[in-house]
Design a protein. Structure first.
Length: 317
């Protein structure tokens, strides 16, 4: 019994949408593998239904090749699989495959459930008052929530340990310029601003695509600048071009591989000498790990409720 079940359709000269909608990222991968054909090509669609956990690129290659052997395919499709699978780079596949948590655990420098452990790993000093200040900030946010209408569901809010990490990180690193993408109700935004107020320095630039975001942030906060754009890389680049170098960048918007890598790369180009990259939902794709590897960054991952939060920075001597 293999983890995959394949349904294959081959029709020469046929174009247009498929008869069935893709059901998983494996389907997207299969379509990608089977449509990079030069010249006059057949339209080949493979629908894959996942039955078990993916064990990595070599296993996937063997499974697809096995499906090709057992299926009554056109010769061109079988030959295409044999040749093209060997030409694709593993990094191409990582862009399309769901991340395996074991890869995240093995490739990051630190995996923990403790925000304090990540801060110590960063070499930041912890003040004993930070915890009580964090609790006060949470109470203030909860009070604000009773006074306003919240347009976004509560599961958009920052996870508990992640919120604590963000607050302590801002207090301990004392950034002058903080940028976040993705605001929603503004739960993490309000925590960051509370930490900046206690630091008595710093500005938060928040980027989103809708105007109804940030309900948990008090009106006209002096340290907050909200930027509304179209969500494109060009829009983010435009914001960062017009502000000072970024000390802390926090990604919490589109968690697809392409969007995450684009934001990480743009932020790195505009980072200061003490730049720290933070990203929610790093377990959604291989983007965080790939960025850390290509940029030679140290990384730490906080395991939170049903998600993982990543921190990356240039290794300090």
């Amino acid at each position: 019994m293999t983890p995959f079940d394949g349904v294959v359709r081959v029709a020469r000269g046929r174009s247009g949408s498929a008869h069935r909608q893709p059901r998983s990222r494996l389907t997207t991968l299969a379509r990608y593998l089977l449509t990079i054909v030069d010249g006059d090509r057949p339209f080949v669609l493979v629908l894959l239904r996942r039955r078990g956990k993916h064990r990595g690129w070599p296993t996937l290659k063997r499974r697809l090749a096995g499906i090709a052997r057992r299926s009554n395919w056109a010769r061109s499709a079988r030959q295409f699989l044999k040749t093209r699978l060997n030409l694709l780079d593993t990094s191409d596949v990582r862009q399309l495959m769901p991340l395996q948590l074991n890869d995240l655990f093995q490739e990051c420098d630190l995996w923990t459930e403790s925000p304090e452990e990540i801060l110590r790993f960063l070499g930041l000093d912890l003040d004993g008052e930070y915890s009580s200040q964090f609790r006060d900030a949470i109470l203030a946010i909860e009070h604000q929530a009773t006074r306003v209408s919240l347009p976004y569901p509560h599961y958009f809010d920052v996870a508990p340990r992640t919120g604590e990490l963000l607050f302590h990180l801002v207090r301990a690193s004392r950034p002058e310029v903080v940028v976040e993408t993705g605001i929603a109700n503004g739960h993490s935004t309000a925590l960051i601003l509370a930490a900046l107020d206690l630091n008595d320095t710093g500005t938060l630039h928040s980027v989103d695509i809708k105007n109804d975001v940030g309900a948990l942030v008090p009106d006209h906060h002096p340290r907050w600048v909200k930027h509304i754009g179209d969500g494109s890389s060009a829009a983010l680049e435009g914001v960062l071009n017009n502000i000072e170098p970024v000390d802390l960048f926090i990604h919490d918007s589109d968690h697809s591989y392409g969007a995450q890598r684009a934001e990480y790369d743009i932020a790195a180009r505009h980072g200061s000498s003490r730049f720290i990259l933070a990203s929610d939902d790093v377990n959604w794709s291989y983007a965080f790990l790939d960025h850390c590897r290509t940029q030679s960054l140290s990384s730490a991952v906080l395991s939170d409720v049903n998600k993982c939060f990543g921190i990356a920075w240039s290794a300090r001597d």
